[in-house]
Design a protein around this ligand. Structure first.
Ligand SMILES: C[S@@+](CC[C@H](N)C(=O)[O-])C[C@H]1O[C@@H](n2cnc3c(N)ncnc32)[C@H](O)[C@@H]1O
Length: 213
């Protein structure tokens, strides 16, 4: 989704960091072999995730929704040398694909894949986090927030993707549209929860940054 004219958007992308070669390869193979390749974060958002991670310089990162591993590799670029990244996805068909690219990167040994429903896996993770990226099923965003807030260190950051849901958050809500309903509730929760301060960015499909107080 483009919030600014396409020509200006191209200018923005062209004056931001280039996409690393490994991520270009990952994108090509995702588009060739995997269903719904548009789910991948992509060049511009990926460079933003990388930049945020470098600014936060997290020790431990949690990602909910790995898909083919694009955003995990972007977030890993900013983690401390002793840091680790845990990433969760319910789709077992993606595990080997993810591992292939994680192992081609500098971070393979420090990226831990968890296969299964994030609602089951998050409570089992015995760690605290400095950076969390929520990018899985929209219906559970509020549940994920409630599960991770006590595992997030003070000053830690939650990034939430797709919070504008192609603009549906300001359209009339259809009775069967559970994703938009869940995102409306989630966006209100982030705005009102006094444990975090939140800024929503109109980037791509909407990306919210929340910082734990
Ligand atoms: C939008 S994609 C993630 C894209 C990835 N973060 C990126 O930017 O490249 C969403 C992923 O969430 C996964 N997912 C959906 N529901 C889930 C659940 N309950 N638990 C774990 N993963 C889930 C899907 O299998 C899918 O791969």
């Amino acid at each position: 989704m483009h919030f600014i004219p396409e020509a200006l958007d191209n200018y923005v992308v062209n004056h931001s960091e280039n996409e690393p070669e490994l991520l270009q390869q990952l994108t090509r193979e995702t588009y060739q072999k995997i269903l719904q390749p548009r789910m991948l974060s992509g060049h511009y958002q990926g460079r933003l995730l990388s930049m945020i991670s470098k600014l936060v310089n997290p020790k431990n990162i949690l990602e909910i929704g790995t898909y083919t591993g694009y955003s995990a590799l972007c977030l890993a670029e900013g983690m401390q040398d002793s840091g680790v990244l845990h990433t969760i996805d319910v789709n077992e068909e993606l595990v080997d694909f993810q591992r292939k690219y994680f192992d081609k990167s500098d971070y393979g040994q420090r990226i831990f894949q968890h296969l299964g429903d994030a609602l089951q896996i998050i409570p089992e993770l015995d760690a605290t986090f400095d950076l969390v990226f929520i990018d899985a099923d929209k219906e559970n965003y509020s549940n994920y927030f409630n599960m991770i807030i006590d595992k997030l260190n003070v000053g830690g950051i939650i990034l939430s993707d797709n919070v504008l849901w192609s603009g549906k958050v300001i359209e009339e809500l259809k009775a069967d549209d559970t994703s938009t309903k869940a995102l409306l509730e989630y966006n209100t929760l982030l705005k009102e929860d006094t444990r975090v301060e939140t800024v929503m960015l109109p980037i791509r499909d909407g990306l919210t940054i929340s910082r734990k107080l």
